[in-house]
Design a protein around this ligand. Structure first.
Ligand code: SF4
Ligand code: SF4
Length: 73
């Protein structure tokens, strides 16, 4: 198991979910290879920044354009 925060150290981009655009298709949740996306009590996905590698597969799998990328500082 990776130590918490390890992925965040080398990530170039990170995904951001706009829940206002999210239609709860859960493609992001299903395809994230790191299990970094979880579902909140309202059924919306959110990202565990400690697990996310920034691969942006979730962005490509979202049919609603609800996920965008921002450059890590
Ligand atoms: S960028 Fe990759 S690792 Fe991060 S939440 Fe999306 S699919 Fe998962
Ligand atoms: S893939 Fe897009 S629309 Fe589907 S649950 Fe994830 S953010 Fe929402």
């Amino acid at each position: 198991m990776k130590p918490a925060g390890e992925n965040a150290n080398w990530r170039v981009f990170r995904p951001v979910i706009d829940v206002k655009k999210c239609k709860k298709t859960y493609g992001c949740y299903a395809f994230c290879p790191e299990n970094a996306i979880q579902i909140d009590k309202n059924g919306f996905p959110f990202i565990d920044a400690n697990l996310c590698t920034g691969c942006l597969i979730c962005l490509r799998e979202c049919p609603c354009g609800a996920i965008s990328e921002v450059k890590e500082k």
